[in-house]
Every structure is written in structure tokens, then in C-alpha cells.
Design a protein around this ligand. Structure first.
Ligand SMILES: [Zn+2]
Length: 494
């Protein structure tokens, strides 16, 4: 099985370049949204009058009808490939819908993260090389065509990459990013093979090589071998500060909005400024959580002692949702613990939890290991030594004392051990079945390749770019080797 690696690098366009790229983003979004709106219109029409028309509108990637010198002159100020890719993105989204991988394409909003997808006609990677030594000094990306030049954009590559077929350039909270994906060069075993391999171990052998991670409120993640993963104190302090900041900005925005309404004018420049600041302070927390999730999952998966990772299958989405409004017997509104649940800590933690599990999963696949999620029912009340389940076992938030055998432990550590045990049993008993993974294959039009070569990052077998041969930028092939060497015979536990 072949996997993919995604790359997301910070890039630094100048102000003028950023303005041009924003225009490209806007035009691509316009085409995409035009396709969505048109499709909706025709489907509604077809529902009412299919007998009269007799056919549904085709799902194609034509877009020339939206370009009008009088109505949409600005569409002519961007390269046609940018517009075409907007139509291609829409069609790919429809392709995913047809495969049952998602809903119909929806209108893309103008707020939040924005990006433009550009294909190889419009960009070129050109490293800055020291002419004397041949050393690569920096990364540079040239964007644009002859008619619409954007120029050189510097970017920071924090890891090795290969030149992709298409890239995305986007902006989030005022920071620009370059992102793309590469198909990995090395083959990894697929899930069924990994499961089969793990089932060769005995229960004790596998248990010694299993990581059971219990997600808690005191410590974000506690392992069955006594590991504890937590944010560092600086991050914690800064996150708290950012939360205070966020609240201040939200109040400020509310004030600015109110005064605008009072004076019967649209919100002004100061409102926009506050909005930008707010987005930035949100971004910090997001970055910290992602950093934590990456470092934690990496430490867990790349530990040579871990072959199997077990987590609870928590409904993270449900946990972060607002609780329903409650009424007491007199029909009055009662307390529903909303304030307590909205606790900042919990929110931060749940977000980091979800990400940690997701990242562990994909990192495990790349390392030829397995990460599973199990039913969390009563894991916190079960004794890891004797299996006795009782609510009284949990004497306090952090303490666990078994009422049957007297086993004493840290509650999170005990839960981690229970999870590991349950996971191993579930796997060895055959209860766990590897899932058929659906790949989002993108369908390709047969003879219309001229209009839109659907050059997707996820089209299998396309990753070996022809211009890669002899390219000095092709670095890091030796790093792509699988660091994990699989032992065929189960090793005995010490
Ligand atoms: Zn016990």
C-alpha cells in the first residue's frame, strides 16, 4: 500500500503579491460558487419540470459562460487556469459525492481559511543555490504566467519534499501557506496484513508492546507504561493569556458593532482590525494544539516498543457541543451546566485529543503499526489487575483503589492499562475487523483532457513527476525509507 504525505510550509509573499493571490483566490471561489448555484437551480427546476426537459444538467467543468466583458470583467484579469481549476475542484467534489464520500458541493464562504489551487502551468520551484558550493540556501517558488506574472515567493521548508503536480496557496489569520502532497516512495503493509501479523503474538507479548492512552482532564494523555503527555508550562500560560485576549476582542467587536448600528452606518476599519486580531489569537491556540498532537503522536508511534496503539472511542464532537436547554417541572429554565461545560480547559483538551488520535492513526499506518479505538464503557471503573468493575473503585479524580483486590494506582494510569488490555483482547479474539478504506478516486473525463486535466494529488500512480529526474531539488529520498523494521518472529517478553 502506498501512502501520502502532506506538506504545509509558511510562505512570504510581498504585499503586492498577496493582493494578486487574493484576487486569484476570489476568482476561483467565484467560479466554484457559480457552478454550485447553477447546479442547485437546475436541479430544483428538474424536480418540477423533468417531464418537460427530460434530462438533468451534466456535471461538467465548463465555465466560459460566466466570463462576460461587461458583467464580470475582473475574471479576465486572472489566468484562465485559475478559473478552470475552480470548475475542476467543483467537479472533483461532485466525484466524491457520487462515490458516497461526502455531500454535494456547497457554497464556499469568504471568511476563514482561503486558498487557490494552481497546477504546474503556473508555478516553478527554483531553489536559491550558492553558485560556488552548490549548496541550497533557500526555497523559492515562481508563480504566474507570462501575461499574469506574480513573481518569486520565498517559503520555509521545514522538511524535505519532492516537486508536486499542483499546489495550494492560501491564507489563514494573515499568514500565508504553501501546501501540497507527495505520494510516498516506500510501500507499507496494509491494515489487514498488520492485523494478521499482530495476531501471531500471544496476549502477554502483545500487551507489553501496546500503548493504551487514556485521555484525561488533569493530564491530556496518560499511557499504560506510566507515560504522561502534557502541554509545556509556557504554552499553558500563553494559551490562558490568549483566551483572555480573545474575550476582550469579542467584547470590543460587540461594542463597535453596537455603535455602528446606533449611528446607522456600516462597521468600520477598527471593527475589521479587531476581527483580524481576534483571528490571530485563535490561531495561536490552534497551533499549540496541533504541535502537541504531532509531538505526542510521534513519540508514541516511533517508540520501538509500541506495535499497537489503543484509544477510547470518545465522541469528541458531542463532548464539545453545548448542552441542551433544560426546563424544570414548573416550566422555568433550569441550570444545564452549560457554563461548567464550556470550561476553557475542556475545550482545549478535547480538540487536542481528537487531533492526537487522528495523527497517531496515520503515523501508525506509515510505520506499519496499528492504532485502534475501543468502546470506552466503564474503562475508568475497571481494575487493571483483577478486572473488578465498580464506580467506588475510583476514589477521587486521580486515585484508583480496587474494592476487590486492593490494587492502588493513579487513575489515568490504571485506565490506560485497562484500555491496552481490552484492545489486545479485542484484536486477538478477532473482534476487530480492518475497515475497507474508501479512497477518493477522482473520475476523469475521457476526451476532454484538454479542458481540464484532472491532475489530482490523490490520483494513484501519478506522483513520479517526469521532471523529477535529474532535479537537484529531489531531496530526502533516503529519509523516505521505512524506519521500522518488522520482526517476523514474535520476540519474547523480558
Ligand atoms: Zn482489583
Amino acid at each position: 500500500m502506498q501512502t501520502q504525505t502532506g506538506f504545509r510550509f509558511r510562505c512570504y509573499p510581498t504585499h503586492a503579491q498577496a493582493q494578486t493571490l487574493l484576487r486569484w483566490i476570489g476568482c476561483q471561489r467565484f467560479i466554484y460558487n457559480a457552478k454550485v448555484a447553477e447546479d442547485r437551480y437546475y436541479r430544483k427546476f428538474a424536480r418540477k419540470a423533468l417531464d418537460l426537459t427530460g434530462f438533468y444538467p451534466p456535471v461538467d467543468q465548463q465555465y466560459s459562460r460566466y466570463i462576460d466583458p461587461d458583467l464580470t470583467p475582473w475574471l479576465q484579469e486572472v489566468p484562465s487556469q485559475v478559473l478552470r481549476n475552480g470548475a475542476v475542484r467543483w467537479r472533483q467534489a461532485y466525484g466524491r459525492y457520487f462515490q458516497g464520500l461526502g455531500g454535494r458541493p456547497v457554497i464556499k464562504k469568504k471568511v476563514g481559511r482561503q486558498a487557490v489551487w494552481i497546477t504546474s502551468e503556473l508555478f516553478m520551484f527554483s531553489p536559491i543555490v550558492n553558485t560556488q558550493t552548490g549548496e541550497i540556501l533557500g526555497n523559492r517558488l515562481t508563480i504566474g504566467s507570462k501575461k499574469f506574472p506574480v513573481g518569486d515567493i520565498l517559503f520555509h521548508a521545514h522538511k524535505d519534499y519532492r516537486i508536486p503536480n499542483s499546489i495550494r496557496i492560501g491564507v489563514e489569520a494573515g499568514q500565508w501557506f504553501l501546501s501540497f502532497s507527495n505520494e510516498d516512495l516506500s510501500q507499507v503493509p496494509d491494515e489487514a496484513e498488520t492485523v494478521e501479523w499482530l495476531r501471531k503474538f500471544s496476549e502477554e507479548e502483545l500487551l507489553a508492546r501496546t500503548f493504551g492512552g487514556d485521555r484525561g482532564v488533569e493530564i491530556p494523555l496518560a499511557g499504560n507504561h506510566g507515560e504522561a503527555f502534557d502541554f509545556d508550562p509556557v504554552q499553558k500560560a500563553r494559551m490562558e493569556k490568549k483566551v483572555r485576549q480573545t474575550k476582550r476582542y469579542q467584547r470590543q467587536m460587540a461594542r463597535q458593532r453596537t455603535s455602528a448600528v446606533k449611528e446607522k452606518r456600516p462597521t468600520g476599519a477598527n471593527y475589521r482590525k479587531t476581527k483580524k486580531r481576534l483571528a490571530k489569537s485563535h490561531q495561536y491556540g490552534k497551533n499549540v494544539r496541533e504541535d502537541f498532537a504531532h509531538k505526542t503522536s510521534r513519540a508514541i508511534v516511533h517508540n520501538p516498543e509500541h506495535f499497537l496503539m489503543v484509544y477510547e472511542d470518545l465522541n469528541v464532537h458531542g463532548m464539545t457541543k453545548k448542552p441542551k436547554a433544560k426546563k424544570d417541572e414548573n416550566g422555568k429554565w433550569a441550570r444545564n451546566q452549560a457554563a461548567a461545560k464550556a470550561g476553557l480547559n475542556k475545550k482545549i483538551l478535547t480538540a487536542a485529543w481528537g487531533k492526537t488520535v487522528t495523527f497517531t492513526k496515520y503515523k501508525a499506518v506509515k510505520a506499519g503499526k496499528l492504532c485502534i479505538k475501543i468502546n470506552p464503557y466503564q474503562t475508568s471503573q475497571e481494575c487493571a489487575e483483577c478486572g473488578h468493575i465498580h464506580p467506588d473503585n475510583r476514589v477521587s479524580q486521580s486515585e484508583f483503589v480496587c474494592q476487590a483486590c486492593g490494587h492502588q494506582d493513579n487513575a489515568d494510569h490504571n485506565a490506560g492499562r485497562v484500555l491496552a488490555k481490552r484492545g489486545v483482547r479485542w484484536l486477538l479474539s478477532g473482534g476487530y475487523q480492518p475497515k475497507e478504506s474508501k479512497r477518493c478516486g477522482i473520475f476523469r473525463q475521457k476526451e476532454e483532457a484538454v479542458i481540464g486535466p484532472v491532475r489530482s494529488e490523490s490520483t494513484p500512480g501519478e506522483s513520479i513527476v517526469s521532471r523529477e529526474a535529474g532535479n537537484s531539488l529531489t531531496r530526502g529520498t533516503e529519509n523516505q525509507e521505512n524506519p521500522f523494521v518488522r520482526r517476523e518472529t514474535p520476540a519474547t517478553t523480558a
